[in-house]
Design a protein around this ligand. Sequence first.
Ligand code: WTA
Length: 631
Amino acid sequence: MAEKFDVKSIGQESSYSPDPSYKQNAWVRDYNWTYREFLSNPDEFWGNVARELEWYKPWDKVRDWNYPYAKWFVNGKLNITYNCLDRHALGKNRNKIALIWRGEGEAGRFYTYNQLYKAVMRFANGLKKIGVKRGDCVCIYMPLVPEQIIAMLACARIGAIHNVVFAGFGAGALNFRMNDAEAKFVITADVGMRRGKALPLKIIVDEAITNAPSVERVIVLRRQEPPIELHQEIEVDFNEIMEGVEVDCKPEVMDAEDLLFYLYTSGSTGAPKGVVHTCGGYMVGVYHTMKCVFDLKEDDIYWCTADPGWITGHSYIVYGPLCAGATVFITERTPDFPDPGAWWRLIEEQCITIFYTAPTAIRMFMKLGEEWPNKYDLSSLRILGSVGEPLNPEAFEWHYQVIGKTRCPIVDTWWQTEAGMHMITTLVGEPMKPGFAGKAIPGVVADVVDKNGRPVQTGQGGFLVIKEPWPSMFRTVLKNDERYRKYWFTIPNTYTAGDLAVKDTDGYIMVLGRADDVIIVAGHNIGTAEVESALVSHRAVAEAAAIGKPDPLKGNILKAFVILRVGHTPSDKLRSELIHHVRMTLGPIAMPSEIEFVDSLPKTRSGKIMRRVLKAKELGIDPGDISTLED
Ligand code: WTA
């Protein structure tokens, strides 16, 4: 990584400081001070966080690091649902709203902490009744309804391991995940609702289980009238399993290192990886970050637009917010139905204070224009968040100006399925730099290094790494510990995240994109994210994706696919203008040789552009595993 990135040209033009009141009232009032406290004694730091939660038995040791394997809160006993539910439901927060759900049309429901606690216990007893035992794997394939969350918590309550599969995946992907995790039970629904249409889910499960020998029972939430028929041999109704059960369900006493869940992540190469998370460290990590990164306060109404089927949903819809006693808003509605004002209307109606979404959504909103958010009162918003891919400076600016009206700090949170919790961001109250996620949060040690693990100089690209274990780190890859070890042995004693990044003089980290998306053009390393960021900074461009095309002279040339904003039309003149624009922004080495105007880009269901698919199409080769592709 010898290439020098001109950090200025990729977005350091501006830095914003939020109103001082944010800092005065923040959980972490002084980042530098807190970070030094953490460094001076990491075990004490994490031990103090863990002591804010309830344990049946305290740990003997905070951390046991046997490279590359970590144990956290050794011999501590807990149940995460006690901290998510009982702690609030039996205390002063019993009548606080835990969950607000809005479906399409008039559909809506809410649960107080006490109601959610009882709903989870009843379903947990229902699961026990049909034979679910501690240590069993339960696959959850559900739409975004409260029952999806209740199902996850009920599993955790009784010590079953959940394996949530996002309900947008097809039968093949679901089948792989069920088989790999040896799921004994599947929880699903007849349908999910999307843009006014019922999407059949149960049919996909029917297909997926034909070749899944481990599956014994399928539990079906029947939403439609008349209810679909169930096959008595293996299918049972979600509500019927709760008939006649007791309300009370004592939580299983779990060891800190007992398994909490598997979650599959789409590796950029090879089969999806079953990331393994455990109870104690995960709980402490998501609780800590929920509180400090979102600066959660008693009366916040918090909305994370992810689905619980992704790690963002696990950590920041379910476990983090509930451990911290938040009021969580969820919706099955898409942002553009019945019109592009759908989400802004929800923010106004629900008085959302913290809004956590993805850059791809923000760029879609940019494309649709300011008129839509401007129709609604967004003044309840206090903090904005972003996750999933680099928040390019233009999207940052738009989010900051148009949605936050320059009032709201933006926390651009970098982390991964493997990480379990936020790792790098700019804490609320600290100066924000568009394009830069920020610094490692107190509790995490991150850096940008070369392939030998040596820190790179300011402004120089390198590999984003984590240098110390952290509580919510994954413990292995299911049935493939080799893949786990690879993360830790690519650079010795270091966790290599697989992302490229660059650091500025203040230590702020800009994530450039996946290391595997690097394109070498005439010997120069160019991150696709850089080129895309440059293209998107042109007023005509809504979204862009760049790939490398083999070239006999230069090794690779750059080809960019571009979606234009409304009001702009493709033309040769615009094409030249865009190439010139990148040349002016990044320099001649990063200039795309080809630009193709397109209406859409292939994306994973979590919104990441699949450059690999674009590249395969371009070269006329097999795209490989496309089970995570949206359409
Ligand atoms: C990318 C999602 C830049 C990154 C939580 C990482 C980001 C991968 C950011 C993990 C961010 C996530 N800025 N890039 N704020 N957040 N990424 O496992 O490439 O679905 O390695 O976890 O998303 O994706 P995953």
